[in-house]
Design a protein around this ligand. Structure first.
Ligand code: ATP
Length: 237
C-alpha cells in the first residue's frame, strides 16, 4: 500500500555550470518503500541523488516528511537522516574498518546507541566483524561496499540512498548485498536504489522510475515488468 511520502520532489532540476543534467523531476518515496531508479550511463541517476542531498546546484522542491528541505544545504539534509552511499563507496581506504564505521556515526554522542548500531551492522555483515582491524582499502570490492553501507547505517538513516552498489561486483556478492538491503527494507527502512543492472533491482523494488536524459521517462510497477525486453521497450517508447 502506498503510504504518505517520506521524500518527494517537485520539478527538481540540476545543472553543472550551464549544462542541465536533471529536468523537472517528480518522484516520491513512501514510508518503508524501496524505490529503484534505473537508467543507462549518463541518464542523470547520480545527479538526482546529489540534487536530493543539495550537493549540486538545483531548483525545484524536495520535501521530507511533508516539510520543504532547505536547498544547497547538505548539512541540513544529512541532519534529517537522509544518507547517501555514494558511487565508488567513498570509504577511507587507509583507515581501519572499525574507524570507518565510527566515522559514520560522527554526529552521535550516545554511547549505548553507538554500540547498538555497531552491533547491528556487524550482525548484518559478519564479514566486517572478522575484519574490524583491517585497513579498509585492502578489502575486496564487495567487502568495501558492505562497509560503505555499514557506515551509512551507523548514521541512523531515516532513508538510505544508494548509488549503484553493484558496480564492479560479482553477481554473487551483489546478490548478498541486495538481499541485505531487502532485509533492511522489510524492517521498515525507506530506500532509493539507483542501478543500471535492472533485474536485481526489480526483484526488490516496490516501484521503479526510469530515468533517461535527465527526465523521468516512466514510473512502473515492477510486477508489470515480465522481462528485460519489456524494460527495453519502455525505455525506447
Ligand atoms: P553513470 O551511471 O555513468 O554515473 P548517471 O546516470 O549517474 O550515469 P550522471 O553522473 O548523473 O549520470 O550524469 C548526468 C549528466 O551530467 C551527464 O551528461 C554527465 O556528463 C553530467 N555530469 C555529471 N557530473 C558532472 C560534473 N561534475 N560536471 C559536469 N557535468 C557532469
Amino acid at each position: 500500500a502506498a503510504s504518505s511520502p517520506i521524500l518527494s520532489t517537485t520539478g527538481l532540476s540540476a545543472s553543472y555550470g550551464h549544462a542541465r543534467a536533471l529536468h523537472e523531476v517528480d518522484i516520491r518515496v513512501g514510508e518503508g518503500e524501496l524505490v529503484a531508479v534505473l537508467g543507462p550511463n549518463g541518464a542523470g541517476k547520480s545527479t538526482l541523488l546529489r540534487a536530493l542531498l543539495g550537493l549540486v546546484a538545483n531548483s525545484g522542491e524536495v520535501r521530507f516528511r511533508g516539510a520543504s528541505l532547505p536547498r544547497q544545504n547538505a548539512v541540513a539534509v544529512a541532519s534529517r537522516g537522509i544518507v547517501l552511499v555514494p558511487e565508488g563507496r567513498g570509504i577511507f581506504g587507509p583507515m581501519s574498518v572499525a574507524d570507518n564505521l565510527e566515522l559514520g556515526a560522527y554526529r552521535l554522542h550516545d554511547k549505548a546507541e553507538f554500540a547498538r548500531r555497531r552491533e547491528r551492522v556487524l550482525t548484518l555483515f559478519p564479514r566486517l566483524k572478522e575484519r574490524l582491524g583491517q585497513v579498509a582499502g585492502s578489502m575486496s570490492g564487495g567487502e568495501q561496499q558492505m562497509l560503505a553501507i555499514g557506515r551509512a547505517l551507523m548514521a541512523g538513516p531515516q532513508i538510505l540512498l544508494l548509488d549503484e552498489p553493484s558496480l564492479g561486483l560479482a553477481p554473487r556478492v551483489t546478490g548478498e548485498i541486495l538481499e541485505t538491503l531487502g532485509l533492511l527494507n522489510r524492517e521498515g527502512l525507506a530506500i532509493v536504489l539507483v542501478e543500471q543492472k535492472a533485474p536485481l533491482a526489480l526483484k526488490l523494488a516496490n516501484r521503479v522510475y526510469l530515468l533517461s536524459l535527465g527526465r523521468i521517462a516512466a514510473e512502473l510497477d515492477p510486477r508489470d515488468i515480465t522481462s528485460h525486453d519489456d524494460l527495453a521497450q519502455h525505455y525506447f517508447a
